[in-house]
Design a protein around this ligand. Structure first.
Ligand SMILES: [Cu+2]
Length: 325
């Protein structure tokens, strides 16, 4: 019987890991974590205090009960204490918020624009020299550098939330909201769209990869380069099928004739940690299943299925895409 209680602890399993505000890996998230624990601590203290006072006023000795019934206790405990405690908490919350706003002033490059799309992320890195590098469905950050994220949308309201790194901020049509974050250590965490944005909203996630500054600069230079040359006959066949099937109407592969904009940039798709906004792992098998079965994998998404592709064609396309590193 007693073991049943263990089930009550199950939800706690969701509190650790790559998408948890309770295990911060960035300055912003650390402050929010402290605010959370302070509020939670205060709430627990008040709950216990009220419980004890309630028990005393019901079952305590007569003199104690009489004291608790006095007007002074009611005014002090029922009006003054909550007013002071909640005002202090509000003030603390505002200070944390203001800290987040003023931090954006000291942001170092690159400025990263993230545009929410139904149901993926368009990511643009802007270098100090003004050049722009287009990518998708993965955010990479340099450890120890303060980075300003410009959060925008092309369609409906989305919300960017990488809980280990900072608070969430909405992406609102016609606006560019600035969120400044800084990763403390290298590693992969996870972001999630946090505002219901239509059918596949729950499958609109993204890996956030924090890299040591030197690795980051090397990665950014590689990301800026056009697609790797297509090597091997199978990959070349895949590339031919890519254009024959009209994939280029929606996807860009820099360095080729594919300049479509309706879907994610695929120039370096092979080097990402996941596919379709962290819906699938990124390997050849997953690429092939995405092409023929994406409406089952991510219902309602805006890419058509290519059920007519035979296994050799699928394998060729997957090899081509996998090679775009
Ligand atoms: Cu969304």
């Amino acid at each position: 019987m007693r073991r049943c209680w263990a089930f009550l602890l199950l939800p706690l399993a969701g509190c650790g890991g790559v998408q948890s505000a309770l295990s911060p890996t960035g300055a912003e998230a650390r402050e929010i974590g402290l605010l959370f624990w302070t509020s939670a601590g205060l709430a627990i203290f008040v709950t216990l205090l009220v419980a004890v006072l309630l028990l005393l006023s019901l079952y305590g000795p007569a003199p104690v009960r009489q004291r608790l019934a006095s007007q002074r206790v009611i005014v002090a405990g029922g009006i003054i204490f909550p007013t002071v405690a909640l005002s202090l908490l509000l003030f603390y919350g505002l200070v944390v918020m203001q800290g987040g706003i003023s931090r954006s002033a000291g942001a170092e490059g690159p400025t990263i624009t993230i545009i929410g799309k139904q149901w993926w992320w368009h990511v643009i890195y802007e270098l100090p020299d003004g050049s722009r590098i287009t990518s998708a469905n993965e955010l990479r950050l340099p450890v120890g550098r303060r980075v300003a994220l410009l959060l925008e949308t092309d369609d409906v309201i989305h919300s960017f939330w990488a809980p280990q790194l900072g608070g969430k901020l909405d992406m609102i049509p016609g606006r560019s909201n600035v969120l400044t974050i800084q990763a403390d250590r290298a590693g992969i965490s996870r972001a999630q769209c946090a505002e219901y944005c239509g059918g596949a909203h729950a499958l609109m996630s993204m890996h956030v990869v924090a890299m040591e500054a030197a690795d980051y600069d090397a990665w950014l230079a590689a990301e800026a380069a056009p697609a790797a040359p297509t090597r091997g006959s199978q990959a070349q066949e895949g590339r031919r099928l890519f254009f024959e099937n009209g994939c280029d109407a929606c996807h860009t592969v820099r360095g080729t004739d594919a300049v479509g904009l309706a879907g994610p940039d695929l120039t370096h798709v092979g080097s990402r940690h996941s596919l379709a906004a962290a819906t699938l792992p990124n390997d050849r098998a997953a690429l092939a299943s995405w092409l023929i079965d994406n409406q089952h994998i991510k219902p309602g998404n805006f890419m058509p299925e290519y059920k007519m592709l035979d296994p050799p064609s699928l394998a060729a396309l997957a090899t081509y895409l996998d090679g775009l590193e």
